[in-house]
Design a protein around this ligand. Structure first.
Ligand SMILES: [Zn+2]
Length: 259
């Protein structure tokens, strides 16, 4: 799918399996890094595109999302936007944000969506035009983040907020975990045709050396078992027919942790 003409994106790998993302607004030249796992690959992507870093939008405090901030800030004097609830754990924060706050990258406007679970203060950035979601470690393609600081119930509620976004929203997530996620999801929903199609697509992407993202909200709703804890067949598959979705989600997440 071609990118919308009024935003440009560069996607690359940082560290071992973190995604680095640059979002560029041609109207103003503003460029944001979505998280900063490490400085060098972000610098390389900036140089290759000929863009100047104006902002870093941080999703959460983990080191593999924040390790490059201090160096990038020193070099580019960029603005660092980060979740208010984790600002004390993140270097050089200029703007601390919370639910429904608006963040501008040049003329591109994002809404802040709080998605506690993986960490308690995690935020996601949702751009409406074009529709883009930067999901950090909340939602992955065919997966979701580990529930480290919050509760499964909290994480399920966070995922429901993301699931309610428009189906054509393109999702950029924090890690390239898709292949493992698909192998796990097939243990719960072996007959889900959309999941099987996604497995074939991911195989082709891997063979071609391509990233498996962006994905979309619509596609994830059909194929991501972690967004499907309220589907009766998923509850039945984990032996919890008729039980509350949050309980089904907790069981699916627990099985993934052991996978
Ligand atoms: Zn994390």
């Amino acid at each position: 799918m071609p990118l919308h003409t009024d935003a440009q994106i560069r996607l690359f790998i940082c560290l071992k399996d973190n995604f680095g993302v640059l979002l560029h607004d041609p109207a103003t030249g503003a460029t944001a890094a979505l998280d900063a796992p490490e400085a060098a690959p972000i610098e390389a992507a900036l140089a290759e595109a000929g863009w100047k870093l104006s902002d870093i939008l941080v999703t959460h405090h983990h080191g593999d999302h924040t390790g490059g901030i201090a160096e990038l800030k020193r070099r580019h004097h960029c603005r660092v936007v980060a979740p208010r609830k984790e600002a004390a754990k993140i270097p050089d924060v200029d703007m601390a944000v919370a639910e429904n706050d608006r963040v501008l990258v040049g003329t591109l406007a994002a809404q802040v969506i709080e998605t506690p679970g993986h960490t308690l203060g995690q935020v996601n950035y949702f751009f409406d035009a074009p529709r883009l979601l930067f999901a950090g470690d909340t939602l992955f393609s065919i997966g979701c983040g580990r529930v480290i600081e919050g509760t499964p119930e909290m994480m399920w509620q966070s995922l429901l907020k993301l699931r309610a976004l428009p189906g054509d929203t393109r999702i950029y997530c924090g890690h390239e975990y898709t292949e493992t996620n698909i192998r796990f999801a097939l243990t719960i929903e072996p007959d889900n045709a959309d999941l099987r199609a996604r497995a074939e697509e991911a195989k082709r992407q891997a063979a071609a050396g391509q990233a498996t993202i962006p994905t979309t909200i619509g596609e994830e709703k059909r194929a991501n078992v972690f967004l499907r804890a309220d589907v009766p067949a998923v509850a039945a598959a984990v032996g919890l027919a008729g039980k509350p979705a949050a309980q089904v989600f907790a069981e699916v997440r627990a099985r993934k942790n052991k996978f």
